[in-house]
Design a protein around this ligand. Structure first.
Ligand code: ZN
Ligand code: ZN
Length: 340
């Protein structure tokens, strides 16, 4: 038991708290000092005092919130050591989840705690791959922690979409993607698969796509759908229109010619979830670790103790204990597992 770690890493109502540094990790309320693992809204809230995060994450927060709400941004490139005071050191390691996503590594009292945030092990051209950091306590999510979750290679799912464009050239392929990360990863994968037309995108995806472009990612041509007049919309048949998942269900998508509703998410492995989204086509595209990757990653860190923040907690607890790891659930509130 790393009882000594429990003395300085605590669960508070706002989230995981490093007591000697007086600092929260991904708190769900505004606090004085926060370490932010990545820019998704359930981790990166507005209004903190000091924010320790990668430069990319701070940029993402500034794009999503008002500039003033990230006034105290302290940009930490991966691997840069930051003294948090009282003997606590922080550095960030790649998490492979989205642009700028990081694991928070906290060192204190000759112990090392790694808070992985959301992470994945599948390749993603929009961010550097996850790095295994040996540690005493590994803190992990459990969003897809059931043996049924085995994420297929992205290329297979993209090939499914490409085939559909050929077989159903009269239909507008509407693809529901989350604005931060999923959208850009899917666009790059489509380019790699040879998709050559401009992407037509919903306005909600614009700002973050531009932010990625400022980091050098090349998505080729993309055009906001709002710039295509209603009389010209027939040209969208056989093309890809990217939109946030919520837009699939609303009137916006019904204004396209013969829309084929497609959802790209790790949850698409569950048929009922696909039906909920009214998706006619389901692409299993996840930015989280699947069951095998969750277990293999926890084991690879060598941590005798694994803390599980949220998700399918019991199954992962059981599987890790069977491997001799002392696993326990933290049941942090305020994490939105839908956003995959
Ligand atoms: Zn996330
Ligand atoms: Zn999350």
């Amino acid at each position: 038991m790393n009882a000594s770690v429990e003395n300085w890493m605590q669960v508070k109502p706002q989230g995981l708290y490093c007591a000697p540094a007086d600092c929260f990790i991904d708190p769900h309320d505004a606090v004085d000092r926060a370490v932010i693992t990545h820019g998704h809204a359930d981790h990166a809230r507005a209004g903190h005092g000091a924010v320790f995060a990668t430069p990319e994450t701070i940029d993402i927060m500034r794009t999503r919130y008002q500039e003033a709400s990230v006034a105290g941004g302290v940009p930490l490139p991966y691997g840069t050591r930051q003294d948090l005071g009282k003997g606590v050191t922080l550095w960030l390691a790649p998490a492979g989840h989205i642009l700028g996503s990081a694991q928070a590594v906290l060192e204190y009292d000759s112990k090392r705690v790694v808070i992985s945030g959301d992470f994945k092990r599948h390749p993603d051209p929009t961010c550097p791959p996850f790095e295994v950091v040996p540690c005493d306590v590994f803190v992990t999510e459990a969003t897809f922690a059931l043996p049924v979750f085995k994420h297929p290679p992205l290329e297979d799912e993209i090939a499914k979409l490409m085939r559909s464009l050929t077989t159903l050239p009269d239909r507008t392929h509407m693809v529901g993607v989350y604005a931060l990360g999923k959208c850009q990863r899917v666009m790059l994968a489509l380019r790699a698969a040879g998709y050559e037309y401009p992407f037509y995108i919903h306005g909600a995806l614009k700002k973050l796509t531009e932010l990625y472009e400022s980091y050098g990612f090349d998505f080729g041509d993309w055009i906001p759908v709002s710039e295509i007049s209603v009389k010209d919309r027939d040209m969208l048949r056989g093309k890809i229109v990217l939109c946030p998942p919520s837009a699939l269900a609303d009137r916006w998508s019904r204004r396209m010619p013969d829309p084929l509703l497609t959802m790209a998410s790790g949850w698409m492995q569950i048929r009922a979830r696909a039906r909920q989204r009214r998706a006619e086509m389901a692409l299993i595209v996840s930015d989280h670790a699947d069951w095998d990757d969750l277990i293999e990653t926890a084991v690879a860190t060598g941590a005798p103790d694994v803390w599980i923040t949220h998700g399918r907690v019991e199954a992962l607890e059981y599987a890790l204990r069977a491997r001799g790891i002392n696993a326990k659930a933290l049941n942090l509130i305020g994490r939105d597992e839908e956003a995959d």
